[in-house]
Design a protein around this ligand. Structure first.
Ligand SMILES: *Cc1c(COP(=O)(O)O)cnc(C)c1O
Length: 351
């Protein structure tokens, strides 16, 4: 006898980046930043420790107001969460009926199929284009009267490809307003392309759009778990109603506020990553790899048999994230770490 729903046994395991038992091994498997938290953030966390016996501000009022000012929207459009993955779960829990379908690009973020299954929905995966991008026409074609939501990940994890504003604009027009479109922009700060998505502008005409952001990547706060949604006030009200009470802890709230004041530093850090991404991608291309154009802090190498590359990476002192059968994802790290990526690729190419 199972104590839980039978369909939950089909949940694929979320594979975290291996932490590397050997401290000389550099972890390039979880898209973490090669920089620590900002000093200003460390200072507010130290200050906040003495108040940990108190519950945090339930609706993260100060943080929400600060995020709203950052984006030039009203505070009632913002809902903070305990990491953006928690927000993905809440959105799908709230949107899915038994038998609901959720259209996703595939391969995309591995948390999506898990969250969809837990919500009682069925994932409808739409293959990526040969270039590793979302096939938006095919995704729109996959919408039925059972579709509860469409997940759009740009830049896409794990391929790194990003949509243009024009592409997303056309997609939203085509899909219409009665199905939720969840736009996951975890890697938005690394985008350096022509016609990048200006998602917040799209909210006025598309109340079914929910934008997700996180402090885990460019803001170097993955360990604190803070993310948020930007949405039409009516949608935001529902997300607030279903939120975990006191879900964002007090240290995270003040840290995220301080992090938003570090725009110049965020720009410097993401400029470094974007420059290194370009350099490493060019070196990999010169070695014969077909690297999709990444707008994120990682590169994707498509390969059916991932084990030889993982082995070459291990011998070069890095861990990468393998998706057996599909390819490997390598996070851009420090200059020293990135040297090891090309060393691993050279080993692999020479095998
Ligand atoms: C890393 C990542 C996130 C961030 O999740 P948090 O829960 O905020 O740490 C969200 N979406 C995608 C696609 C990611 O790769």
């Amino acid at each position: 006898m199972s104590l839980f729903r039978d369909d939950l046994s089909a949940i694929p395991a979320y594979v975290p980046g291996r932490p590397g038992a050997d401290p000389s091994v550099i972890k390039l498997s979880s898209n973490e930043m090669p920089y620590g938290p900002f000093p200003s953030v460390q200072a507010v966390i130290a200050q906040g420790i003495g108040s940990l016996h108190m519950y945090p501000d339930m609706h993260a009022t100060r943080l929400t107001a600060r995020i709203a000012a950052f984006h030039g929207v009203s505070a009632d459009s913002i809902v903070a969460s305990n990491g953006s993955v928690a927000m993905i779960e809440k959105i799908l829990d709230a949107a899915c009926f038994p038998g609901s379908e959720v259209v996703i690009a595939w391969r995309s973020f591995e948390a999506y199929p898990i969250a969809i299954t837990v919500a009682g929905g069925t994932a409808v995966p739409v293959p990526l284009t040969p270039a590793g991008g979302h096939d938006l026409d095919a995704m729109a074609d996959a919408v039925t009267d059972r579709t509860a939501a469409i997940m759009v990940c740009s830049p896409n994890n794990p391929t790194g490809t990003a949509l243009t504003h024009r592409e997303l604009f056309r997609f939203l027009k085509r899909v219409g307003d009665d199905v939720l479109v969840v736009l996951d922009e975890a890697y938005i700060d690394f985008v350096r392309m022509v016609d990048p998505i200006r998602s917040v502008e799209l909210l006025a005409d598309h109340p079914n759009l929910v934008i997700l952001r996180t402090f885990s990547k460019a803001y170097s706060l993955a360990g604190l778990r803070v993310g948020y949604a930007i949405a039409h006030p009516d949608v935001a009200a529902t997300l607030r109603a279903v939120a975990t009470p006191f879900g964002v802890n007090s240290l995270s709230q003040s840290a995220a506020i301080a992090a938003l004041d570090e725009a110049d530093e965020v720009r410097m850090r993401t400029d470094f990553v974007a420059a290194e991404r370009k350099r490493v991608a060019a070196e990999l291309a010169a070695l014969g790899f077909d690297v999709p154009r990444s707008e994120a802090n990682f590169l994707w190498l498509e390969m059916a048999d991932t084990e030889p590359f993982v082995e070459a990476a291990t011998r070069s002192g890095i861990t990468v994230r393998a998706f057996p059968g599909d390819g490997v994802r390598i996070s851009i790290g420090s200059t020293a770490a990135n040297e090891r990526i090309t060393a691993a690729a050279r080993l692999y190419a020479a095998r």
